[in-house]
Design a protein around this ligand. Structure first.
Ligand code: SF4
Ligand code: SF4
Ligand code: SF4
Length: 267
């Protein structure tokens, strides 16, 4: 049999959404030309945002955006895990519970009662949790949102059969590499870069503003030293807690940092 004309079997890929704003899925759609190239190399079997629907099918790789926030989310993530060889969590919602994780430290029932005329219609869990709290995750891509080039790098690595590169270094290293002046040193602007994971190319400092930590905690993040630096710049304990309790509020390193500030200050 002449197999030279047999088309290669392409990896089957799905993109699933949980509780999220859809911003990380846009990192795929924003790939432009690269997305067309990618479409020739993988079989995109489920991606609702792009109009392809087959959520229950077996896949080689499932990209998962969003946190687990509803009883339905809980069931669906188990099903996806059972039908996916590799599961990649994308974005702060999926890796740390996201901005909606702020409710974990509040009385969620009280909030819904204040906002909705029929709060009993809201099927929401008490906590917003990352995907890894419920199923095995093979790789986590942090960021709010993740960027297209990171997504492409992950897909290319998977197509080559190698583990994606995990850059857990700090945003400061990207500032140094880019030659960007430090906003904290030069202008005294409180910046989360020293404890935040690299990957964005130090986007905010390159525009003259501080990093607010949207890529989550870096490896070996010295949050005590940064909290002390923030104090010396005049931030109140409450303001420092708010710095750590933002988009990645439920990341254990940032939770512990906020607790430490509360214990040592008058927040
Ligand atoms: S991580 Fe940010 S951009 Fe991505 S889905 Fe969540 S809220 Fe949206
Ligand atoms: S601007 Fe922020 S991220 Fe950049 S070097 Fe200074 S502290 Fe680090
Ligand atoms: S500099 Fe910080 S806040 Fe800005 S995009 Fe990068 S990680 Fe997010």
């Amino acid at each position: 049999m002449d197999t030279s004309k047999t088309p290669p079997i392409k990896p089957r890929v799905a993109v699933h959404k949980f509780s999220s704003c859809d911003g990380c899925q846009l990192a795929f759609l924003n790939l432009g030309e690269e997305l067309l190239t990618l479409a020739r190399r993988v079989d995109l079997v489920h991606f609702a945002e792009a109009g392809t629907l087959d959520p229950d099918t077996e896949v080689n790789v499932a990209f998962v955006e969003g946190s687990i926030s509803t009883p339905e989310d809980l069931e669906r993530i188990q099903h996806i895990r059972q039908h996916s060889r590799l599961l990649i969590a994308i974005g702060a919602c999926a890796t740390s519970g996201g901005i909606q994780g702020l409710r974990n430290n509040a009385n969620g029932a009280e909030w819904t009662a204040q906002i909705y005329s029929h709060p009993e219609a809201i099927a929401s869990l008490a906590y917003s949790t990352p995907i890894a709290h419920h199923v095995k995750v093979d790789f986590e891509l942090w960021g709010c949102p993740v960027n297209s080039q990171q997504m492409l790098a992950v897909v290319k690595s998977l197509l080559l059969g190698v583990a994606p590169h995990d850059n857990a270094d700090k945003v400061c290293t990207e500032c140094k590499r880019n030659g960007t002046p430090c906003v904290m040193v030069s202008r005294g602007v409180p910046c989360m870069g020293p404890v935040t994971r690299a990957g964005c190319g130090a986007l905010c400092p390159s525009l003259g503003r501080d990093c607010y930590g949207c890529y989550g905690p870096a490896e070996n993040a010295n949050t005590d030293a940064l909290a002390a630096q923030f104090r010396s710049l005049g931030l109140t304990p409450q303001a420092i807690v708010q710095r750590f309790q933002s988009i990645n509020s439920q990341a254990p390193v940032f939770l512990a940092a906020a607790d430490q500030v509360r214990m040592s200050g008058d927040d």
